[in-house]
Design a protein around this ligand. Structure first.
Ligand SMILES: Nc1ncnc2c1ncn2[C@@H]1O[C@H](COP(=O)(O)OP(=O)(O)OP(=O)(O)O)[C@@H](O)[C@H]1O
Ligand SMILES: [Mg+2]
Length: 339
């Protein structure tokens, strides 16, 4: 067994916008390395404003988008290396399951919702027949607080968004995955029900020992639910670490700015956060992408890209500032600063 359930190794995704000749490159995901340990189930939240690359990263983990470079390892199996022994088809979906943002899009209006669940159990080889499938489906529904008898014969439009998202969660549990990747799973459901789904993730982590990658705009639910948080900005992970440390003692000026805009834990970090629109040149900058709006900016920040610095323990920040203030910065990083 690998030490890491999930490992992202220098993952980048470059999109070409416009034609090949006059087009431009957009680095939607920029050299992201992250991991989730295999020993204990945990929840990693990926937090960032619109356009920061969260969905692209999720799609790469879910084998829906090929990275331009780098690799993703699930339980030590590289998904993209040529000649690698990546997980394919059923093996992959037994290990990793998605939950998407819009539960109404996850279920067709013409197919009964319970059929989705039975079909998943049989297609993934979890149940040998319909009777076994029924038992499995009843159990996963019970674990999300729903009763199979209430679902039977109904279509998606007969449920609320919150109920449907619970059914999506139940479906994702059928193969007993080790990892669930949930991209903004609560953003389209009623605000009053969001915490229920988030709490469910915590319960399921314990009950099924399943880990989550939870993608969100919402810093407060991320803080509440996660063991680790990665903050994304313009394609880069700018800060990563245990969630309590990130939020009580942030190392990156961008995280600091985000926290200033979320004065109370129950206030959602809305998209109207006071930042200018995404500028293409920030995605392409050779230096720190945050330099233009950073209150600690130094000359070096505008000329060369900052290193990922080990701030303390497991905490990392893509920034020169901790290098300057933390004595444990490596010699090489200190040299960069002084040069
Ligand atoms: N297929 C594509 N072709 C070109 N550009 C793309 C493509 N998919 C995403 N992008 C661009 O990549 C950047 C990151 O997009 P992504 O959807 O990953 O962001 P996000 O953090 O999920 O945003 P949101 O919070 O709005 O969901 C954006 O600038 C987006 O326009
Ligand atoms: Mg997205």
């Amino acid at each position: 067994m690998s030490a890491n359930l999930l490992e992202l190794r220098n993952v980048s995704k470059v999109f070409r916008i416009g034609g090949l000749v006059f087009g431009t490159r957009l680095v939607a995901v920029d050299d992201v390395s992250l991991s989730l340990p295999a020993a204990e189930p945990s929840i990693l939240s990926i937090v960032g404003e619109s356009g920061s690359g969260k969905t692209t990263l999720a799609r790469i983990i879910l084998e829906l988008e090929h990275p331009t470079s780098g690799d993703v390892l699930i339980d030590g199996h590289p998904l993209y290396a040529s000649g690698g022994d990546g997980l394919r088809g059923r093996d992959y979906y037994r290990a990793v399951q998605p939950i998407f943002q819009n539960p109404f899009e996850a279920f067709s209006a013409r197919k009964k919702v319970d059929r989705y669940l039975f079909d998943a159990a049989i297609r993934l080889g979890i149940a040998a027949n319909r009777k076994e499938a029924r038992e499995i489906v009843a159990e996963v529904l019970e674990s999300v607080g729903l009763d199979l008898s209430r679902l039977e014969g109904k279509y998606a439009n007969q449920f609320s968004g919150g109920e449907l998202q619970r059914i999506s969660v139940a479906r994702s549990l059928i193969p007993r995955p080790k990892l669930i990747v949930a991209d903004e799973p609560v953003s389209m459901i009623d605000a009053s029900l969001r915490m229920n789904i988030v709490n469910l993730f915590l319960e399921l982590k314990e009950r099924y020992r399943v880990s989550f990658v939870y993608i969100t705009h919402d810093l407060s639910t991320a803080y509440y639910v996660s063991d680790f948080i990665a903050i994304m900005y313009r394609g880069s992970v700018v800060e990563y670490g245990p969630s309590d440390q990130i939020l009580t003692d942030s190392a990156h000026p961008y995280t600091e700015l985000l926290l200033d805009s979320v004065p109370t834990v129950d206030r959602k970090w809305e998209r109207d956060l006071k930042l200018p629109d995404i500028e293409l040149k920030e995605y392409q900058a050779q230096a720190c992408k945050f330099a233009k709006r950073c209150k600690y900016v130094q000359a070096i920040c505008e000329s060369s890209a900052p290193p990922m610095v080990q701030v303390s323990g497991e905490r990392q920040a893509l920034c020169y500032k901790p290098v300057e203030f933390e004595p444990q910065a490596t010699g090489k990083q200190a040299e960069v600063l002084q040069s």
